[in-house]
Design a protein around this ligand. Structure first.
Ligand SMILES: *Cc1c(COP(=O)(O)O)cnc(C)c1O
Length: 398
């Protein structure tokens, strides 16, 4: 039986942490992604050095501008921080007193932020909270499954500061107004369109399609350290960056993360995207063959819902398997090593395997884990249905 190399086993076993294999995607709860070696090296290099932070961020701005096609950019703690700081910037501009008075003293500022109702998602925290953290007031347009241009037009008032557009598999995938139409409505009225593109590969298209600002996570597909990247119109980037003297202080990014994400961006330019895709495809085929040979499972390869160049294996779990989708996910997560699948839709009877964060040898370990689980007796919770439980969160740190 193949065994995966034990990356960081020393560290994890020293702290008694489980050596999980992540086939769920770039999940914050699992440490986001495997960091690129260049990012790790840059972080180690800058760690013992003094640096003038505004100058380091100027260098980051140039790299971000080159990769995104935006006029400027900066690095912050994470995408959620970038949303709060950008929204704050659309409210305050470069008014330093206003910056210091956020988030609550907004009487003299534009403070309404339009959000299509189908975009009001929770990616681990509610996206609208990033607006409220800045002192903005979310204004919802339309209904969850149908938003029309007139809903957006009629949400605009003389207090509208910005429109936030969310790109994510979490959003309602039907009935929303497209980015192009949103830009057509907002641009003539001088309303900035801010795109939450946290988990998107494409660093250029949202700005090309007319967004004023696009915000990315540095730690998802880019394989950088935990960080956020704000890119786009220079006046808005500057206003957002100035929030470091205000609400942004609670979202401070360190020199090491700025250096790390710059290195990750540079590595992204040279990355062998085709070779990586081929390795991911090989893993998907291995899993598909293994899974389709097991009773009650049916696996098919599915494209990413937001058109990232990434496929996943969708595994439908029928009762003949002796499992529910949720029960099978739990059995895999309880294994040795623990396999964490992408199960946020398991109430629909399926889950996914995401191949984008594997170390060499791990694809085979995942395939073997399915066979092991099926060869064993069904665990007590094999037929468990998904239910939301906060028990573990509410017990932390115990
Ligand atoms: C992950 C995610 C975020 C949060 O990004 P962080 O960098 O972890 O703060 C925001 N929006 C969407 C759509 C996401 O997927």
């Amino acid at each position: 039986m193949p065994t995966a190399p034990n990356h960081n086993t020393d560290y994890r076993s020293r702290l008694n942490l489980r050596p999980v294999i992540n086939v769920s995607g770039t999940m914050t709860s699992l440490g986001a992604s495997i960091m690129h070696a260049d990012a790790i090296a840059a972080m180690a290099e800058i760690a013992p050095q003094w640096i003038e932070m505004d100058d380091l961020q100027r260098r980051a701005s140039a790299v971000i501008a080159r990769l995104t096609g935006g006029e400027a950019g900066f690095v912050t703690a994470c995408c959620a921080a970038g949303i709060s700081m950008t929204i704050a910037g659309t409210m305050t501009g470069t008014d330093m007193l206003a910056i210091e008075q956020l988030p609550d003293r907004t009487e003299r500022l534009k403070d309404e932020v339009i959000l299509q109702l189908g975009h009001a998602v929770n990616y681990g925290a509610p996206v609208e909270q990033s607006i409220r953290l800045a002192g903005g007031k979310p204004v919802y347009a339309g209904t969850a499954t149908q938003v029309m241009p007139y809903h957006i037009e009629n949400s605009i008032t003389d207090r509208t500061a910005a429109l936030l557009f969310v790109v994510s598999h979490h959003t309602v995938q039907i009935g929303q107004v497209s980015l192009e139409e949103v830009v057509e409505i907002c641009r003539p009225r001088g309303i900035p369109v801010i795109v939450d593109a946290a988990s998107e590969y494409d660093l250029r298209s949202f700005l090309e399609r007319g967004a004023d600002i696009a915000i990315y996570s540095g730690h998802k597909f880019l394989s950088g350290p935990t960080s956020g990247i704000v890119a786009g119109r220079k006046d808005l980037v500057r206003a957002a960056y100035l929030q470091n003297k205000g609400i942004g202080r609670a979202m401070k990014v360190g020199k090491e993360s700025i250096a790390g994400v710059m290195a990750a961006l540079q590595a992204w330019e040279k990355r062998d995207h085709v070779g990586i895709r081929a390795r991911e495809t090989a893993a998907l085929h291995l899993w598909q063959t293994t899974v389709n040979a097991l009773p009650g499972l049916h696996a098919k390869i599915m494209p990413d819902p937001t058109n990232n160049p990434l496929d996943r294996l969708e595994i439908t779990v029928a009762p003949e398997s002796g499992f529910t989708a949720n029960g099978l996910a739990k059995a895999l997560a309880a294994g040795d090593p623990p396999i964490i699948v992408r199960d946020h839709e398991s109430e629909l009877g399926f889950f996914y395997l995401d191949p984008c964060n594997l170390h060499p040898g791990e694809a085979e370990v995942v395939a073997d884990a399915f066979e092991k689980v099926f060869a064993a007796e069904r665990p007590a919770n094999a037929m468990a249905l998904p239910r939301h439980s906060l028990a573990s969160a509410l017990r932390w740190p115990d």
